[in-house]
Design a protein around this ligand. Sequence first.
Ligand code: NAD
Length: 330
Amino acid sequence: MKIGIIGGGSWGTTLAQALTDNNNEVLIRDINADFVKKINETHLHPFFDKPIPESIKATTDLDEIANYSDYLVLCVPTKFMRGVLKELYSATKGQKTLINVSKGIEPDTSYLVSQIVEQEMKEKVKDYVVLSGPSHAEELIDRKFTCLVSASKNSEAAKKVQLIFSNDKYIRVYTSDDVVGVETGGAIKNAIAVVSGIATGLGLGENARAALITRGIRETIKVVEILGGKTETAYGLSGIGDLIVTASSMNSRNFQAGLRIGKGEDYGHVLETSAQTVEGVRTIEAAHTIAKKYNTELPLIDLAYEVLFEGREIKEALSSLLNRDLKQEI
Ligand SMILES: NC(=O)c1ccc[n+]([C@@H]2O[C@H](COP(=O)([O-])OP(=O)(O)OC[C@H]3O[C@@H](n4cnc5c(N)ncnc54)[C@H](O)[C@@H]3O)[C@@H](O)[C@H]2O)c1
């Protein structure tokens, strides 16, 4: 079948290859004309410079992608999502099944992508599915084994996306009905990955990282529950699975951004000079806003917020974490 992908960066172009391997026809839309040219003319991944199937086509034209297929994959950074959906609403004829693969919370509003889609695409959404889980583009581009979860309120739509993306060689997709839980886990893990990177940059070791990841899952669960998702989803691929792969890997640009911040670089400079999207820093801001709104403490995220956005000294912040009241683990 035909599938359109909006956003042909690291992840979008990697998914294009997987979808092509599964015998689909794929068109990518990206606003970066150099990426589009590179995909069409050299058949190389725009970030990784690795060969991708020649049948993958790319365009800068929104109208072309809007009406290319009934299935559109959303793969732009969350901060651009609302703008993309507004344009898409005007350009699409008929209803679409939207498959969101981006992982973040909208910075100014603290909305999940499912909520932005509801607000901006309204009656033009046939079904909404989120596809998430532990997945570095750097590995999937080499067709390394990856498990994902496809979540939708419509179980048939979740199953359809499961079938579209699964194959018997390197991708296995599970289904879920917990859109909020899956989206929240995918977003919060980027925030925790930044925290984990900061700790590593400060010279803390693997003991500390394991503790941060474990406490990070507690914070993920809190946000999942506040937003109305299921606790058990946080223990699945989109929660703990994605946290493990992101919060301890040099392949994670969120971990790497944290590492640079922990070594003393200014976070604004880190964001400006990262070639790829770093969702985690903005997610720290959004999750902190959610915690305040619902009167909940997220010790790691709140502390990272104070360091990044309020100028709190990192080492002092860390020692305040250790000086919190001693308590039961769970
Ligand atoms: N890279 C990964 O391993 C990975 C894995 C899973 C999920 N994700 C998520 O996917 C999303 C995208 O990440 P990425 O790594 O591909 O980022 P990226 O920075 O590599 O690519 C983003 C792409 O979006 C394009 N873009 C920006 N605005 C656009 C618009 N209005 N229309 C079309 N294209 C537009 C940019 O030109 C760029 O090519 C993020 O939310 C990320 O968390 C990434």
